[in-house]
Design a binder for this molecule. Structure first.
Ligand SMILES: Cc1cc2nc3c(=O)[nH]c(=O)nc-3n(C[C@H](O)[C@H](O)[C@H](O)COP(=O)(O)OP(=O)(O)OC[C@H]3O[C@@H](n4cnc5c(N)ncnc54)[C@H](O)[C@@H]3O)c2cc1C
Length: 456
């Protein structure tokens, strides 16, 4: 181990470091999980990644890949030390192939940058996380991230055609091809998507792209309760509407947003559901009318068609992540129990249970998220210097996770498991977790890739 830094420097020069200040910068992501790496290495291509992983394998040293570190479950935190592999510098767009509806990129590309580049050609990459201006596509693939457009267009998983992956023994493999479909053998691409860096390091990705819709309409409906809003969503879905986005912002979230910016373009008279439909002028007009009918219990319904008005509303929605700190300057948001998902039919019950759990714990909670795909973000706030409050929060988060499982859902719909939710894997998967452990052992027998994550 003594000479590992020299060996790493031989491979990548001064892009390898063991300086304590640099190591400290990489000891956290956007969650509460902490872990100090022994070395930080910034590779620039797959060959370097392969050589680093081979070296680590020879010495049995852990390797934790990291994109932008915006993960909310500690996935990129090196809890067993070892090498932290920062892939954000591998950010080239390698190929734009409009004829075959695809692009090939390196993992460090930021999704917003890809979408700027695609827009001028009339295309887009639909998964749209709230962090799209800062996270990397490698991190999105490793977490199977999603966001506002997934209700219609699917999650990151549905847009990945092929991955170049460095395996635990240093081999570089491809998991797919340029084909938009294939039925040849195991689906290795899907195995890698969502594997959170535990099965391989993604060094390039071939992504399917989608033509931009011609028209969009946004329906903003305020309800007397969040549950009533959730019932309207179910009604719209059962009328055959598939919105291109369907979000909830409860009244606490709206209050916090207005503290951040009192001039926001959002209706403030209840718990808000935002529906967006896209397609042609005619289809969006018809669907907007159908949604309005499904919102018969609403206090108010507003249909926005102007580009500027819609952009203003979506910009306000995107502000939520940053605005949370305004709830109460003495309290901090803790990312636990924040990403549960349930079948859409169970959303009203989940909302009611989350409200009750937070109330019983005496913890202020904001509720927002991608209600159209059953994904509720419950933001819980405590004074993090108060140990008793930590206990209350952990118990409340535990109850939220178990409530989601009880309703046939998942403990994480998009943020991933990392370390923060590892203890629920057994409960969610049962014997399926044994199969995951067997796959991990077969692919990474020494257990050097992102050890300690996913409850493996
Ligand atoms: C304000 C805010 C809003 C957010 N909104 C959303 C949202 O709407 N939807 C959503 O899904 N998430 C959201 N997130 C969470 C986070 O941004 C996503 O999970 C994102 O995909 C993580 O990307 P990253 O590059 O930061 O990955 P990191 O945090 O660096 O890493 C995440 C995981 O991916 C692994 N990894 C990273 N790169 C690679 C690679 N090249 N090969 C193999 N494994 C790799 C890491 O080891 C880790 O396990 C939000 C986060 C914040 C802070």
């Amino acid at each position: 181990m003594m000479n590992l830094i020299d060996d790493l420097r031989r491979l990548v020069g001064d892009r390898a470091t063991d300086s304590s200040s640099e190591r400290l910068c990489y000891s956290r992501d956007a969650s509460q999980v902490r872990g100090l790496p022994d070395y930080v290495v910034r590779p620039l291509n797959a060959i370097e990644v392969s050589e680093i992983v081979r070296l680590a394998g020879r010495l049995g040293v852990p390797v934790t890949p990291r994109g932008a570190g915006t993960g909310l479950a500690g996935g990129a935190v090196p809890i067993k030390g070892g090498i932290l592999l920062d892939l954000s510098g591998m950010d080239r767009m390698l190929e734009l192939d409009l004829d075959d509806l695809q692009v090939q990129i390196e993992p460090g590309v930021i999704p917003e940058r890809l979408n700027w580049a695609l827009k001028e050609h009339g295309f887009f990459f639909p998964p749209d996380p709230g962090s799209s201006a800062m996270c990397t596509i490698g991190g999105m693939i490793a977490n199977n991230a999603s966001g506002m457009r997934c209700v219609k267009y699917g999650t990151t998983r549905d847009h990945v055609l092929d991955l170049e992956v460095v395996m635990a023994d240093g081999r570089v493999i491809h998991t797919g091809s340029r084909m938009l479909k294939s039925s040849a053998g195991y689906d290795l691409t899907r195995l890698m998507v969502g594997s959170e860096g535990t099965l391989g390091i993604i060094t390039a990705a071939r992504l399917r792209i989608t033509p931009l819709p011609r028209a969009r309409r946004l329906i903003a409906a305020s309800f007397p309760t969040a549950e009533a809003g959730a019932r309207a969503v179910i009604e719209a879905f059962s009328a055959g509407i598939v919105p291109s986005a369907c979000e909830i912002l409860d009244r606490t979230t709206l209050m916090v947003l207005s503290k951040c910016n009192p001039n926001l373009a959002l209706p403030m008279d209840g718990d808000l559901i935002l529906f967006e439909v896209d397609g042609s002028e005619q289809s969006t007009a018809e669907e907007a009318e159908q949604i309005e009918r499904a919102c018969s219990a609403a206090i108010s319904v507003r249909i926005a068609t102007g580009k500027e008005e819609m952009e203003e509303i979506w910009a306000a929605r995107r502000l939520v992540g940053a605005a949370v700190s305004r709830l109460d300057p003495n309290l901090s948001r803790v990312y636990l129990g924040e990403d549960v998902g349930v079948p859409i039919s169970q959303i009203p019950t989940l909302i009611a249970r989350v409200e009750r759990i937070a109330e019983e714990a005496g913890i202020p909670a904001m509720k927002y998220g991608h209600i159209g795909d059953g994904n509720l973000h419950a933001a819980l706030f405590i004074d993090i210097t108060d140990e008793d409050r930590w206990g209350a929060l952990e118990r409340a988060a535990d109850r939220i996770h178990l409530a989601a499982l009880d309703l046939g859902g998942t403990v994480s719909a998009e943020h991933g498991i990392g370390l923060a939710r590892a203890r629920y894997m057994e409960r969610q998967w049962g014997e399926g977790l044994d199969l995951m452990r067997s796959i991990k052992r077969a692919i990474d027998p020494q257990g050097i890739l992102n050890p300690g994550k996913l409850g493996l």
